[in-house]
Design a protein around this ligand. Structure first.
Ligand code: ADP
Ligand code: MG
Length: 440
């Protein structure tokens, strides 16, 4: 095979990476990169600024190297250098905006979300004076974005200068400001508002420069009594990569969580969302749907709309049977989404302990391997429905008393040993990331 130039290799890699990462991720981090040289299995990639170099090195290197293996050599390494001629881009900052469907009125309040709802309302009635910052956290599809837009919409009505952005947009703006040296524009956008609403703040966790920039923005606004509201998929404390300073800032204000909705809430939400179709739906059909999807209101709505469309198409009343037919695959997807397989756990544990899968399942009894194996048993027990016997089987045919012993031991060691606790929690994060990637 002809040896290929760095330029060609990188172009081919970019082609593959484009499929593997999101569009905006690609545009922000990979869009302005180039292959500079390829020698002794090392590919030098040119990037427009140090921030991008730092980000790629930290977060994307293994994905990039995996992609390069197929194009070059199994031992290929990638390094990121500043491009000789820095490229400048003309990307525009997107307009801030709100979704007018998401209001306080259309938000169903129940004990699962009452605190978050009340706090959001109080913040918009008394910006900067009630809870500052307000930190709302909860799982996917539970109404965080809805509440944030509700605040935004109400602020508009009250002539309060509010800005809603996703943390990803914040990061993109920040990167573009660096790249184009347009810091003034960035400051003008973010530090001149009365109310800053940032969605999915967990996105910036671990991105040091973005965090730093957010920290300064935060302080400036907070000192001037401007209202800040952020949402996240977990509480500040459980974002291990979030800087301590930022974490403690979030704890200055109010931290409100949104829990998954109980059955009655799900039913109330469904009733509210049927609108004019209500008369063509039998009440037990709604109950049926409410029972099917438990963890995600977005999917709950998706099922409802699908079922309604199905009944409309056939010109019949929506019954539980019909609903069952219509939502069959969505509901099973939700189940798959929440299911962790033993293999997912085994891979995550093996990689965290730097073992191979077969070592993990082997008879090797040195301390590290034995510990890794016990952690794997404990995590499979915790995350799957596997029986003790099945778990024993997964880990090289061990009997169920070994599994019980391992689970008990790790459970108590985690309490006493911070190192192990951190390790296990990192493995869990790895598993949930992989799981998310698999269900996309
Ligand atoms: P998140 O940002 O937490 O992932 P969203 O705010 O995007 O979730 O909510 C997903 C969908 O569920 C949206 O269509 C939203 O309107 C709806 N939803 C969530 N919670 C409620 C609620 N309490 N009442 C009415 N609709 C809700
Ligand atoms: Mg959201």
């Amino acid at each position: 095979m002809e040896p290929r130039s760095a330029h060609e290799i990188w172009e081919a890699a970019l082609g593959e990476l484009q499929i593997q990462v999101t569009k905006s991720n690609y545009r922000t981090w990979l869009g302005k990169t180039e292959g500079l040289s390829y020698e002794s299995n090392q590919l030098v990639v040119g990037v427009p600024n140090v921030f991008i170099a730092e980000y790629l090195d930290r977060n994307q290197r293994s994905l990039i190297e995996k992609t390069l293996i197929g194009l070059t050599h199994p031992k290929v390494k990638v390094v990121f250098h500043l491009s000789p001629d820095k490229v400048s881009s003309t990307q525009k900052v997107s307009r801030p905006g709100g979704n007018s469907k998401y209001t306080f009125d259309s938000f169903i309040v129940s004990k699962c979300n009452r605190l978050a709802y009340a706090a959001a309302l109080s913040v918009v009635e008394n910006p900067g004076r009630s809870y500052n910052p307000l930190f709302i956290f909860g799982g996917v599809g539970l109404g965080k974005t809805h509440l944030l837009h509700a605040i935004y919409n109400m602020a508009q009505l009250n002539n309060v200068n509010a800005l809603y952005v996703s943390a990803e947009q914040f990061t993109n703006d920040f990167v573009n400001a660096l790249r184009e040296q347009s810091n003034e524009e960035f400051r003008a956008k973010y530090r001149s508002v009365d109310m800053l609403l940032i969605d999915d703040i967990h996105f910036i966790s671990g991105k040091e420069q973005t965090e730093e920039s957010f920290f300064h923005t935060f302080n400036e606004l907070h000192n001037a009594n401007r209202q800040i509201v952020v949402t996240s998929d977990c509480p500040p404390k459980s974002m291990p990569q979030l800087g301590d300073r930022l974490c403690s800032r979030f704890e200055w204000g109010l931290i409100a969580d949104i829990k998954p909705p109980d059955f009655d809430t799900r039913l109330a939400i469904l009733k509210a969302k049927t609108g004019r179709d209500g008369e063509n739906i039998s009440p037990d059909a709604l109950e049926f749907i409410a029972r099917q999807v438990q963890h995600n209101i977005r999917e709950l709505e998706g099922c409802l709309h699908r079922a309604i469309a199905y009944a409309r198409l056939l010109g019949v009343l929506l019954t539980p049977e019909l609903a069952a037919k219509a939502i069959e695959d969505i509901a099973s997807k939700e189940q798959k989404g929440t299911l962790v397989t033993p293999n997912l756990v085994l891979e995550a544990v093996a990689s965290s302990f730097q073992l191979t899968l077969s070592e993990l399942k082997s008879r090797k009894r040195d301390r590290e391997t034995a510990l890794a194996r016990q952690v794997a048993m404990y995590l499979i027990k915790e995350a799957t429905n596997c029986s003790l016997a099945q778990i024993g089987l997964e880990l090289g045919n061990r009997d169920h008393s070994t599994v019980i012993h391992a689970c008990q031991k790790i459970a108590s060691d985690i309490d006493n040993n911070p190192y192990l606790r951190r390790k296990v929690s990192q493995i869990k994060q790895g598993i949930s990331l992989k799981q998310k990637a698999n269900t996309l």
